[in-house]
Write a protein of this length. Structure first.
Length: 217
C-alpha cells in the first residue's frame, strides 16, 4: 500500500472562479457588502448557529474581518457573478497540510443564496480546490447537532456522517454537541462528476430552476 502523502500547502489567498459565484479572499473592502447581506430581513437569524452574532455596524464588520485575517482560518467572500454583490462568506478551517485534512466552516450563506445554485457551487469550488489542486485527502463539515438544515445540507453535498462530539463547545451561553461529517479523496471523483453534471447549464431551465436534483448517494 502506498503511504499517504501530505497536501501541497495550506490554501493561498487566491480567487476561485465559478459560473455562479466567485470566491475572493475576505478583505476590509468587503465589509460594506457583508454588513448589507447580514442586515437583510431574516439575515441576522442565519447567524443562529454560528459562533458570532450578525454585525450591526460597518466599523464592527471591519474589525471582525481584521480579526479573522489575523487568525489561523482563511475566510473568503462569496460574490454573485451576476451583479458583483457579496452574498456570503465561508472559510478554510482546521488546516492540516501535514495530514492532508481541511474543513469548510464559518459558513454564512446569505438569503440571496437560498434555494439557488450559488451555495452548491461555493461548496464545490472549495472541495475541488482542496482535492484536485492541493491534494487533500479529507474535507470536513461540522455543525451544531441541533442545526438540522446544516446536517441535511452536509448529506445533500455528499458528506458522510461520522459521529457526535457531546458537549463539545459552549456557544452563546448554550452547550453544543457537534456533528462531524467528511468526504475523502476516494469518494471525490464520483462526487465531482455529479457536481459538474448538476451545475451544468443544461441542468437549468430559462428561469434558472434545476431540472434534476443533486444526487450524491
Amino acid at each position: 500500500m502506498t503511504a499517504p502523502s501530505p497536501a501541497q500547502s495550506a490554501p493561498e489567498r487566491i480567487v476561485l472562479e465559478g459560473r455562479f459565484v466567485r470566491l475572493e479572499p475576505l478583505e476590509p473592502r468587503h465589509a460594506k457588502g457583508l454588513l448589507a447581506v447580514s442586515s437583510l430581513p431574516g439575515g441576522p437569524e442565519r447567524y443562529r448557529w454560528l459562533f458570532s452574532q450578525a454585525p450591526t455596524s460597518l466599523a464592527e464588520t471591519e474589525e471582525r474581518i481584521a480579526a479573522q485575517n489575523e487568525g489561523p482560518d482563511r475566510y473568503v467572500a462569496i460574490i454573485d457573478q451576476r451583479d458583483g454583490s457579496l452574498v456570503g462568506q465561508q472559510a478554510w478551517m482546521r488546516i492540516f497540510p501535514e495530514h492532508a485534512s481541511i474543513e469548510i466552516g464559518g459558513v454564512y450563506w446569505g438569503l440571496p443564496m437560498a434555494r439557488t445554485p450559488l451555495a452548491t457551487e461555493a461548496l464545490f469550488l472549495f472541495a475541488r480546490h482542496a482535492f484536485d489542486d492541493l491534494g487533500y485527502r479529507r474535507f470536513e463539515w461540522k455543525c451544531n447537532n441541533r442545526n438540522e438544515p446544516s446536517k441535511s445540507a452536509a448529506k445533500r453535498f455528499g458528506f458522510q456522517y461520522e459521529g457526535l462530539f457531546r458537549q463539545d463547545r459552549i456557544t452563546k451561553g448554550e452547550s453544543r454537541d457537534t456533528a462531524w461529517f467528511s468526504m475523502i479523496d476516494s469518494e471525490w471523483p464520483a462526487l465531482r462528476a455529479e457536481y459538474q453534471r448538476w451545475l451544468s447549464p443544461d441542468n437549468f431551465d430559462a428561469d434558472g430552476q434545476q431540472k434534476s436534483r443533486l444526487t450524491t448517494r
